[in-house]
Design a protein around this ligand. Structure first.
Ligand code: 13P
Length: 253
């Protein structure tokens, strides 16, 4: 059975003290009222070690939002997958549309990052999704398929078992304009069939596919109710404990 997951992506928000305070608050809230799903928070690099100290690792997973495409050495300002792992983090987000659009991350670069993350024992939350013009031209399926092929299709089925996919239509990120539950389901089913064709039926059954893009407590339940939606990757609503918990609770009856 594949995992149900709610993951937060803090992006470039909250200073260290604010981040530790939010993690502490969330840890207390979920200790008092246990979640029905896996919960992960992905934070800026500088928060990781401090946040790891305040989380109950059995209750909340921890991840980075990126890692380098090189092992180590003279790459000023970069943070390697091994460094991420050494903080106590277990996950890393790769391929977020903001990294692709603003920092020029190509399929080829992402392939290197994925390989290094997996080699260092991190689970990868790999993001895919089309921009508005692509959806309007009804090209979303081919765009998403090319993103999967370009960065993940050289993996073995064993390596692929450490990948979580996140479908984030770029037009729904931070816009307040969420995909409908039907649009999410349609794409998630397509993604799962693409994975089945490449890695086999078992891998497709087992991979968690998260939806991301303006997910809120008010719409999470309807989206998560779809058979191919296994949870969410949450931006803005992950920055407030009550909102994030509201989305986590969407998995409760
Ligand atoms: P929002 O939830 O703020 O739309 O962001 C989604 C996202 O990009 C998560 O990675």
């Amino acid at each position: 059975m594949r995992k149900k997951i709610v993951a937060g992506n803090w992006k470039m928000n909250l200073n260290l003290q604010e981040g530790v305070a939010l993690a502490t608050e969330l840890n207390a809230a979920l200790t008092a009222d246990k979640p029905n799903c896996d919960v992960v928070i992905c934070t800026p690099f500088i928060h990781l070690a401090s946040v790891a100290n305040v989380l109950d690792a059995n209750l909340i997973g921890l991840g980075a939002e990126n890692c380098a495409d090189k092992v180590s050495g003279a790459y000023t300002g970069e943070v390697s997958a091994a460094m991420v792992k050494s903080t106590g983090a277990q996950y890393v987000i790769l391929g977020h549309s903001e990294r692709r659009a603003y920092y020029g991350e190509t399929a080829e670069i992402l392939k290197e990052k994925v390989n290094l993350a997996l080699a260092n024992g991190l689970k990868v939350i790999f993001c895919i999704g089309e921009v508005l013009e692509e959806r309007e031209a009804e090209k979303q399926n081919e765009v998403v398929k090319a993103q999967l092929e370009g960065s993940l299709f050289d993996l073995t089925a064993e390596q692929f078992s450490n990948i979580i996919l996140a479908y984030e239509p770029v037009w729904a990120i931070g816009t307040g304009k969420t995909a409908t539950a039907e649009q999410a389901e349609e794409m998630h089913a397509f993604i799962r069939s693409t994975i089945a064709d490449k890695f086999g039926a078992e891998a497709a059954e087992n991979v968690s596919i998260l939806y991301g893009g303006s997910c809120k407590p008010s719409n999470a339940k309807e989206i998560f109710a779809k058979p191919n939606v296994d949870g969410g990757l949450i931006g803005g609503a992950a920055l407030k404990c009550a909102d994030f918990k509201g989305i986590i609770d969407a998995w409760k009856a």
